[in-house]
Design a protein around this ligand. Structure first.
Ligand code: PEP
Ligand code: MN
Length: 348
């Protein structure tokens, strides 16, 4: 059960809810954020619900009974599918949002070129990592804040809002000061302090599925973010580890409708990191759109042969028109329109 406190509720009101629940033999955990306070309750729900009138306590706005372990992100909590806005660009059930860009920000020229490529591919958001979670400690780790500055310059020039990864709790405020959406990657899906930190950052979050995580674990990870008051979350299926070695990961296409049925949050697909091969990106993009994904996120690079990260999966110039055409032609068949890129002036 979740008790949502009113905007004008006092700390004492929330403490009173806890006291009442504990008195009745239940447990309560208060989660305070800038925008709202939530009290999560566990224990014998049938008995607590029958004996307590929590909705009548001072400062209580809503009491929600939910049976799944992820509550705020569940469809039991919110029936309608959510629309998340990233720098004004919607991601939700009526649109197909394409996010594209280089795996890593390398230079201003490479990032700007990749952003124009992203636009040519029909993208309305630009991706690019300044902090890279690399399996090898000897691999390129990203440009850090210098990379964020490049992204901000490229946004000003192209009008594309930016999505970029944060790997360390200590960097959340810095990354949030530049980014329109923060990405939490597969390796950090269960980094709980990081999830809590991005839950308080005030920007939308893209949460990639852990490569060995079940859908339930993925949704519970999203709940960590939501519990801190941030319900602006987009889930991203990016492939899971299986016995199969022909692809980098196995795209779990069924995760899209399953997660959409369990959660009101938008679900997008990353065909680049799942297949790990350029020749699979367009076929997997078709599959993602056909299955009902709310968007796709793809790697593009002007010169993949010299890319510092993930060159083999990056789309090249000659692929872009086809990606744009796949998105434009398939979207109406699944009741969607491709999200247009914002005008450059919109960001100024
Ligand atoms: C990425 O998108 O750059 C990335 C590292 O993805 P993942 O966390 O899915 O491997
Ligand atoms: Mn990558």
């Amino acid at each position: 059960m979740v008790v949502v406190m009113a905007a004008d509720a006092t700390e004492a009101d929330a403490d009173n809810v806890v006291a009442v629940v504990e008195e009745a033999g239940g447990s309560a955990f208060v989660s305070r954020s800038v925008s709202r306070t939530i009290v999560g309750i566990t224990g014998d729900m049938d008995r607590l619900a029958a004996t307590l009138n929590l909705a009548g306590l001072p400062g209580v706005a809503d009491v929600v009974r939910i049976s799944v372990p992820y509550k705020l992100v569940s469809r039991e909590h919110r029936r309608e599918r959510s629309v998340i806005r990233v720098g004004g660009v919607p991601i939700g059930p009526d649109t197909l949002t394409v996010i594209a860009g280089p795996c890593a920000v390398e230079t201003p020229e490479q990032t700007l070129e990749a952003a124009w490529m992203a636009k040519a591919a029909g993208a309305s958001l630009l991706r690019g990592g300044a902090y890279k979670p690399r399996s090898s400690p000897y691999a390129f780790q990203g440009l850090g804040e210098a990379g964020l500055k490049i992204l901000a310059d490229v946004r000003a020039e192209t009008g594309l809002p930016i999505v970029t990864e944060v790997v360390d709790k200590a960097d959340v405020d810095l990354v949030a000061s530049y980014a329109d959406m923060l990405q939490v990657g597969t390796r950090n899906m269960q980094n709980f302090p990081l999830l809590q930190a991005v839950g308080g950052c005030g920007k939308p979050i893209m949460l990639k599925r852990g490569m060995s995580a079940t859908i339930e674990e993925w949704l519970m990870a999203a709940e960590y973010i939501a519990q801190r008051g941030n319900l602006e979350i987009v889930l991203c299926e990016r492939g899971i580890r299986t016995f199969e070695r022909a692809t980098r990961n196995t795209l779990d296409i069924s995760a899209v409708p399953v997660a959409q049925r369990l959660s009101h949050l938008p679900v997008i697909v990353d065909p680049s990191h799942s297949g790990g091969r350029r020749d699979l990106v367009l076929p997997l993009s078709r599959a993602a759109i056909a299955v009902g994904a709310d968007g796709i996120i793809v790697d593009v690079h002007p010169h993949p042969e010299v890319a510092l990260c993930d060159g083999p999966q990056a789309l090249i110039e000659s692929d872009l028109r086809e990606l744009a055409s796949i998105a434009a032609h398939l979207s109406p068949l699944v009741g969607r329109v491709v999200t247009p890129a914002p005008a450059v002036a919109a960001l100024r």
